[in-house]
Design a protein around this ligand. Sequence first.
Ligand SMILES: Nc1ncnc2c1ncn2[C@@H]1O[C@H](COP(=O)(O)OP(=O)(O)OP(=O)(O)O)[C@@H](O)[C@H]1O
Ligand SMILES: [Mg+2]
Length: 346
Amino acid sequence: MALFGRKKRTVGLDVGSGLIKLVVVDHSTGEPELAKVAITPVLADAIVEGEVMDPGIVADAIRGLFATGGVKQKGVVTAVGGRDVIVKKIQMDRMKESDARDVIRWEAEQHVPFDMENVALDFQILDPDTEGLQMNVLLVAAKRELVENKLSLLTDAGLAAEIIDVDAFALHNAFEANYPDEISQMVGLLNIGHEVTNIGILEAGVPILTRDLAIGTRRFREDLQRERGLSAEDAEKLLQAPERSPALDPYVDSRGEEMAVGIERAAAFLQTASPSGPAMAKIYMSGGGSRIPGLGEVLADRLRIPVERANPIKNLKVRDGVFDTLAMDEVVPLLMLPIGLALRAA
Ligand SMILES: Nc1ncnc2c1ncn2[C@@H]1O[C@H](COP(=O)(O)OP(=O)(O)OP(=O)(O)O)[C@@H](O)[C@H]1O
Ligand SMILES: [Mg+2]
């Protein structure tokens, strides 16, 4: 299968509720190279909490993005995420992968609160080379409807899926490629988007827990509009300013507190599940919200661990000119997820 016709370029498509991000990574030389980045805003409320309310508008926006970006390749790697996707580390009787495939649906039933008739499942054995009666398995379950909706959105946009990934795995993928030395510790990945913040906790390079919080830059913006009487535009300016400001600080404090509580809960859940497990060493932020001035400091103070902005091109070759028409420093934090998608050689 892979002997010939291997795709040289992978197109990663991240359909966010605020921005649609398109990234092309060239895999032809063996060393992945970022070859293209294109971004377009989504009309307000066309996507709400990950659900596409107006597929026509979103498909048009995707089409336009491919046209302006000059990307002709139709096969893309994209992802699903949110409440209807569950990533969970489980234990089951040790067996061969092929046997596990036969029983995984039955195993999953005990761990997945969805109607099993309508669930797409995948799994990975985490400790295939160890002995013992039980094995650790990373289970992924997504409501089938979510996957089907994504596929039909792609069809509407004239595209086809090469891989439907999971948001958390794509983030993890980008992290692993750029921070290979950090992978031995327990780290938190925080992708703060327009509507949703994805929390991912990695242990020894494995995403052992994912959670979503319904907080994103939109909440911050609405706080400023409602309580400071700012226009959406002015509020957005404050959120994307290089420095903190007294007008913004109180909201960063209170929303940051909310996020910290969400992270603490996720970490506490892990601690209960395995009390002797390691503690989180560090948090890496990405997404548009990671640019909010002061947010990283608020989280670090509250959680008492270092919080740093993740750089998805730290270890990635970038072709000349990729960021020529973009403000590189502003855009790079938004690219963690789409780069993670495009790093997969399809
Ligand atoms: N350079 C920028 N251009 C436009 N928006 C930006 C920029 N930097 C930060 N933002 C803010 O970040 C938001 C988009 O962030 P991001 O792309 O991570 O979210 P998303 O993926 O669209 O949303 P979600 O994941 O919640 O569906 C915008 O809505 C805006 O508030
Ligand atoms: Mg996003």
